[in-house]
Design a protein around this ligand. Structure first.
Ligand SMILES: [Zn+2]
Length: 311
């Protein structure tokens, strides 16, 4: 990590033990564009104490996504990344999305009751994962309530504080903000990863929760830009975006949050996790996308003639 990022990160999250990486790092920007990567963390904290095959957890990471966007801070784009793995705590969930059956005692906070939101918890993919993408249990022990509370304090809160702060500053400075929530997805969905196991993914999936977290015209512009570069792009299928766009997207107030999933087979070997030859081309196209977004003011987009439908 860049030394400046390391310095800034220390403001947000302290490592669990001396010498261990910070849980979250963040760098400020001066552009209206804010990027974050919640799932690319590869630092497995000592107190994780999972009981499954570590390789199964590594396949759940959005491995190398932070490297794909390494160009962004130099363009003035604010950047936040998680260093903890998604399977330790999923920052793209609300703190209410807890499976209380995993705990050793009563959960002191509110718990989600909305059946639609709870579908992730049922898959074992709530705030704290119960199952791997292959449906195997992560733990052979009840999780102490205090341990989960600590994960929220050390991981979820600083991550969300960094993203929310970056969006607020971008919006205050420019009168609008564009938040790109950066992810990657396997070429084929795992058996217990989503509600559509075995689905073959496109190269990109653009998600704005059916137009509720960003101007659909802005999302369309992203879809069309990527299609123009030869990629297969799906819109709000099978991924619409989750907590990080739901919480911060508010297009009526010119706060646009869009989730961008890129197919891992485009930049890495999914078996060995090594970077593949396609990485450089993909990164160049992502840079072009970011530069296009830096030149886009979403406030005028809805008034423009309708672009071709993105389906
Ligand atoms: Zn992800």
């Amino acid at each position: 990590m860049h030394p400046i990022l390391q310095l800034i990160s220390s403001r947000f999250a302290q490592p669990a033990s001396p010498g261990a990486p910070a849980f979250v790092s963040s760098s400020a920007g001066d552009a209206p564009l804010v990027l974050d990567s919640p799932h690319s963390g590869t630092f497995y904290p000592e107190d994780f104490r999972f009981a499954c095959d570590p390789a199964a957890l590594r396949t759940a990471e959005d491995t190398h996504v932070e490297k794909l966007y390494a160009f962004a801070p130099a363009l003035g784009v604010a950047w936040t990344e998680a260093h903890f793995p998604r399977s330790y705590l999923d920052a793209n969930r609300n703190t209410t999305e807890i499976d209380v059956s995993m705990l050793d005692g009563a959960w002191p906070g509110p718990v989600e009751t909305d059946p639609k939101t709870l579908s992730k918890v049922r898959l074992g993919k709530g705030l704290i994962w119960k199952f791997t993408d292959d449906g195997l249990p992560l733990y052979d022990r009840p999780l102490p309530v205090e341990e989960v509370r600590q994960r929220i304090e050390r991981c979820w809160k600083p991550y969300h504080a960094a993203v929310a702060g970056a969006i607020d500053r971008a919006h205050a400075r420019h009168g609008y903000s564009i938040h790109l929530n950066c992810h990657s997805m396997p070429a084929v969905a795992g058996s217990h990863a989503t509600d559509l196991p075995g689905l073959v993914h496109a190269d990109f999936v653009v998600g704005d929760r059916d137009g509720s977290t960003a101007s659909p015209a802005l999302s369309r512009r992203i879809c069309d830009f990527l299609r123009g570069r030869g990629y297969r792009v799906d819109y709000n299928h099978p991924y619409k975006g989750v907590e990080l766009v739901r919480r911060y997207g508010d297009p009526a107030r010119q706060r646009h949050s869009i989730q961008l999933e890129v197919n891992r087979s485009r930049y890495m070997d999914e078996r060995t996790l090594e970077i593949a030859p396609g990485f450089a081309t993909l990164q160049a196209d992502l840079r072009a996308l970011v530069e296009m977004l830096l030149a886009t003011d979403p406030r005028g987009l809805d008034a423009e003639p309708d672009a071709p439908a993105a389906t």
